[in-house]
Design a protein around this ligand. Structure first.
Ligand SMILES: NC(=O)c1ccc[n+]([C@@H]2O[C@H](COP(=O)([O-])OP(=O)(O)OC[C@H]3O[C@@H](n4cnc5c(N)ncnc54)[C@H](O)[C@@H]3O)[C@@H](O)[C@H]2O)c1
Length: 253
């Protein structure tokens, strides 16, 4: 895939899936803006990506805070003149507690980062993409946004309802964005990964999840990044409002 001369933004790019998506964009020629709340780690990733030339720039922003998001996105627009691709990847995971025990603050933390974060970052690029008459927005949801429970939860045990609800909201927001922005040649899609192994995944989690996946393995960050790059590419120009499962068959719908 060739993204030469394109400007891509990836949120939550300090580690895990976002880091791999950023690496792939750079490898495919895009100048890539890495946004994360963890600036130190993001700068290290950018430094690695900049070996051999300027390919990436790191910014700190909390996606749940609209004023922080607008400040960084406006700076990117001033500096680079355009934003071709936005990948809304930043998210937090949730505490495993029963719904009746979820604290108000914990509900807000998860919803504000995961769902409001997608709203904030999308809002911050829409006017620029409309001006350009083109753009791609790709949102990271999850298969739990469809099932309402994590894959290993048993009846009556915690489902991580707040995380699930945030990811379900992203599926709906993806469709609303796609519908509103279609006349402006802006495609909006989502990917719904199943359990993906990152540097944070230990042996115990891998052992628990692997037997639940029909294809017999956890997904890798490369599996998710490949689908994101496809959705950002010209090959996906007639796809919008779609959520692609990347889950090895864990959920087929
Ligand atoms: N790993 C999985 O099994 C899995 C499965 C389904 C969906 N997903 C989704 O994929 C995406 C990436 O997951 P991951 O496993 O790489 O997560 P991760 O925790 O490894 O990385 C998330 C990144 O987001 C950043 N972040 C958190 N809050 C932020 C905020 N308020 N503002 C800016 N940045 C913030 C973190 O600092 C971190 O670098 C998430 O949207 C997640 O919900 C992951």
């Amino acid at each position: 895939m060739d993204f030469a001369d394109q400007i891509a933004i990836v949120t939550g790019a300090a580690r895990g899936v976002g880091k791999e998506i950023a690496r792939r964009f750079v490898q495919s020629g895009a100048f890539t803006i890495l946004i994360d709340i963890d600036l130190k780690e993001t700068e290290q990733v950018a430094q690695q990506l900049n070996e051999g030339g300027p390919h990436a720039q790191a910014f700190r922003s909390d996606v749940s805070k609209i004023h922080e998001v607008e400040k960084v996105f406006n700076q990117v627009i001033d500096q680079y003149g355009r934003i071709d691709i936005l990948v809304n990847n930043a998210a937090v995971f949730a505490e495993s507690v029963l719904i009746m025990d979820i604290e108000d603050q914990e509900w807000d933390r998860v919803l504000n980062t995961n769902l409001k974060g997608v709203f904030n970052c999308s809002k911050a690029v829409i006017r620029q993409m409309i001006k350009q008459k083109s753009g791609r927005i790709i949102n990271l949801t999850s298969f739990v946004g469809k099932t309402g429970r994590v894959v290993y939860s048993k009846v009556g045990t915690p489902t991580k309802a707040h995380y699930c609800a945030s990811k379900a909201g992203i599926i709906s927001l993806t469709r609303s964005l796609a519908y509103e922005l279609a006349p402006h040649n802006i495609n909006v899609n989502a990917v719904a990964p199943g359990s993906i192994a990152t540097e944070a995944t230990d042996k115990e989690k891998r052992g628990m999840i692997t037997p639940l996946v029909p294809l017999g393995r956890m997904g890798g960050v490369d599996d998710v990044a490949a689908a994101v790059l496809f959705l950002a590419s010209p090959d996906a120009s007639f796809i919008t409002g779609e959520t692609i499962n990347i889950n090895g068959g864990t959920l087929m719908d």
